[in-house]
Design a protein around this ligand. Sequence first.
Ligand code: ADP
Ligand code: MG
Length: 736
Amino acid sequence: MYLRELCFPVEDLRGVGPETAALLAKRGISTAAGLLSRYPRDWEDRSRQVPLKDWNKGPVCTVVKVLAHDWFGYGPMRTLKIHIEDESARAVLLCFNRPFLAKQLGQGKSFRLWGRFFYKHGDLQSSSFEFEETGKTAGFNRIVPVYPLSAGLTQNLLRRLVKAALDKYGKDLENELPQGVIEKEGLLDKARALRALHFPGSIEELEGAKKTLICEELFYLEMIVGRRAMERRSPSARRTPVAAAGPPASGGNDTSHGSRVSNHEHLSPLQRQLLARLPFSLTAGQEEAIGAVNADMAGDYPMARLLEGDVGSGKTLAAFFAALYAVDLGGQCAIMAPTELLARQHAENAAKLLEPLGLRPAFLTGNLKAAGRARLLKALAEGEVDLVLGTHALFSSGVVYRSLRLVVIDEQHRFGVTQRQAILAKGASSLINPGTPDLLMMSATPIPRTLALTVFGDLDISVIRDMPPGRKPVKTHLARESNAEKVYGFVEKELAAGRQAYFVYPLIGDEETADKGLKNAVTMAERLSAEIFPRYKTALVHSRLEEEEKRRVMEAFRNGEINILAATSVVEVGVDVPNASCMVIHHAERFGLSALHQMRGRVGRGSDQAFCFLIYSEPEPESEPGDESGKSAGPRPAGLTNEGKERLKVMLENNDGFIIAEEDLKLRGPGQIAGLEQSGYLKLGIADPVRDAETLVRCRDYAFAVLKSDPALLLPEHRRIAEVLERAPPFTDAGL
Ligand code: ADP
Ligand code: MG
């Protein structure tokens, strides 16, 4: 049996009654498989003695003797203090809520102690400790697992249950990795690895167990990625030739687009018309991306391409070129953006750039009123709209396309897997030429190499590395909140020179900020306009405004009727106003790196020098360390944490979105990055594609080699892989 096939209910284990089962169920654990694959988050090495005097080198693990008891506090707060000593030092155990320890740890007794100590009021103290009689060695003299806990579950309970499950079911677990990989990598058998991961006999054994399970996880991850890439090019995925549409131009099937960058033979008729109308020429990165997209769209299989490019690199234009190709093929295109603000901006650009070419663009969001919506849906179904731009509404029920040929998803990390699938499904239900549409996903949050090999491993990737000419990198400055006046003074000069500015705040309005001492957009918009910049026009934009109001404000800002935009992070994505030269972000320490980078990318979009000011709150005086009284000091005041400091430093030192994304990944771990977790991506149990990048690459090679030699996994040596994928897959396809 494979681990994930151990579907025995936890109730079968000794000591698990309905109550414990319910607690486990809350954590999503209902079977032996679930219990055993909930890996420890850490291990405590209690195999080595750490005397009291070495308390600051880590947890103490030693034999101590009780010297005396002593109590402090009154009534229900009365707390036991036990004075102890080992060979090296004396210390005090604080027994909060554990008065019963007086009996167990009587004066003169000796026992093994494990705990974390700190110095306070001249005493070496601990309130988190475990102990055991000296004769027993159940928990000591070994390495114990530390599990992620939730209310009601204790370490001891989990340790006991995992041990029981291992004893009962863990003996004859089958290996999941092919034998060849186990040998090449020098890995343990699955049964041994699993036991050693939970209860390692030594640090070396633990390392071996980790390595084994990490390889296993990454091998199957890459196996699934590899299979998906193959499926995309399988005979069944081949698209039926489009009868009605004429070929866009000669040579569309040629994939060596790199060499044709300067002549534009590969462009379709509409694309050439657009190019001729542009007041600038395409950047090399745009040329290359458009070439790759054209080759994909002319190919036999639906495109699945990710277009990465830093903020301001001109991805929208590349998407419009793709849309024109789809229209030349006789199809329709849908461009989906995560916010109405951004979708509308795209729609306005499309109207400006594409309508003159005879295209019929439309704008569809959830806010469209009934009559307008009905008219638009009819036009879409009848093919009277070529290009529809909008939000999630693009795949809402009732939307039928005449012939959806291309789906563009802007800021793709804002969308989940299911949403991506829902919009693609609209292609399959097209009235004419149904089938999987071409998919172009765009991201200004560059995907680090490691993720490109995993989550996005089945996609083709294009990267725009260059910026439109004449752009100067944004100058970034840090400022303390108390120096905000200086920043205002600087911005004033820019305003006087005719430029515009954004001011971003972490919160919308007063009600949320009452006790946090944070600036908010509503109040600050008033102050900016009445006190700080009375000579200039300020407007406010945030997510709770009516769409119509947002639209009006953004339009006025774009037209220059408004000088200053006070906003929340709604301006984070996509907003493009080239005349804006200042981005001021208050409480910058509270924003994530990708949001900061995105916001900074709102300026520096023209040829003027642009500036970004990251204003941070002063650090609060630190609360007394080691305060064990259990009283919380109230809501944590806003202030600069170490990680916040680190983020600001990264912003100060880097302009390149790729580097910032890598730093973000290091600071936060891959699960957190750019909403991957929310989208259900990458549910790994023990592997970390960043930390384990080298293993990942090797596992990818193993998996791809298997698929290359035996795509259907029919050879006897691949039977195991086929079985695991069929009977007990580590990942669901949708989770990738
Ligand atoms: P992003 O990649 O962040 O989505 P946009 O598509 O919003 O970037 O483009 C940023 C700005 O650059 C827009 O104002 C756009 O008109 C302009 N732009 C795009 N391509 C070029 C180019 N080749 N030369 C000059 N400006 C360009
Ligand atoms: Mg964009």
